[in-house]
Design a protein around this ligand. Structure first.
Ligand SMILES: Cc1cc2nc3c(=O)[nH]c(=O)nc-3n(C[C@H](O)[C@H](O)[C@H](O)COP(=O)(O)OP(=O)(O)OC[C@H]3O[C@@H](n4cnc5c(N)ncnc54)[C@H](O)[C@@H]3O)c2cc1C
Length: 190
């Protein structure tokens, strides 16, 4: 479905290439995000490691975390957002006790069985759900409750295994979150 003839249409081809010339877009490759910077109720940026090993903070009005099912929760945990007991066992300062971070991992069952546990479509480790769900990490708009200016937008927020392939579903998540941010920025504390 995400192929044009023999060409697989990645997000880099489909979205980034047409946007590269925008004056308000800066692409910084090979930057490794170490953690989110949380100040009080707000996420005010990220701490990154450059290829030369130097570490710096990058300020932002809004952070959209999209490091994928395995690494978005990793960044949240490193930032002090996760299950209290787990963070304390790792000597990480607990900023928000959020039991669902890193929980709820699942994959397409046929695929896992077929490839002996090698999952290619993992999801659900920062799942979307109502406030009453103790394992929900973000609300229906991808916003992290209790941390303003932070949105998660990748396969980690899928609460269930989708019937469609996950790549297309992730593109849909990106489209929806982008639209919500354009039309109702106040939703995430902006
Ligand atoms: C081999 C393979 C084949 C697949 N084939 C298909 C297919 O044919 N069709 C389909 O629909 N799905 C397919 N999938 C699944 C699909 O690729 C994923 O579901 C989808 O890419 C998930 O998107 P995402 O945005 O959640 O995360 P990702 O696509 O994993 O994007 C996360 C990005 O964040 C970056 N990142 C992570 N941590 C950090 C950090 N600390 N600092 C900076 N950057 C970071 C990563 O490098 C990555 O670029 C396949 C997966 C695999 C592994």
């Amino acid at each position: 479905m995400n192929k044009l003839g023999w060409l697989r249409a990645s997000c880099a081809i489909g979205y980034l290439a047409p946007a590269r010339a925008r004056p308000n877009l800066a692409i910084q490759a090979n930057m490794f995000v170490r953690r989110l910077i949380i100040e009080g109720r707000r996420c005010t940026g990220v701490e990154v490691e450059r290829p030369d090993g130097s570490i710096e903070g990058v300020s932002a009005k809004l952070v959209v975390l999209s490091a994928g099912t395995l690494l978005s929760p990793w960044i949240l945990l490193r930032s002090g957002i996760g299950p209290r007991a787990h963070l304390e066992s790792l000597s990480v300062n607990v900023l928000r006790d959020v039991p669902g971070v890193g929980a709820n991992l699942s994959d397409h069952p046929e695929l896992c069985r077929k490839f002996a546990g090698l999952g290619m479509h993992p999801r659900g480790t920062a799942k979307m759900g109502p406030a009453a769900d103790p394992l929900a990490v973000v609300d229906a708009f991808g916003c992290r409750r209790s941390v303003e200016q932070l949105v998660v937008a990748d396969a980690s927020i899928m609460p269930f295994v989708p019937r469609a392939n996950t790549h297309l579903t992730c593109i849909m998540i990106g489209e929806m979150v982008g639209e919500w941010l354009r039309t109702s920025m106040g939703r995430c504390g902006l």
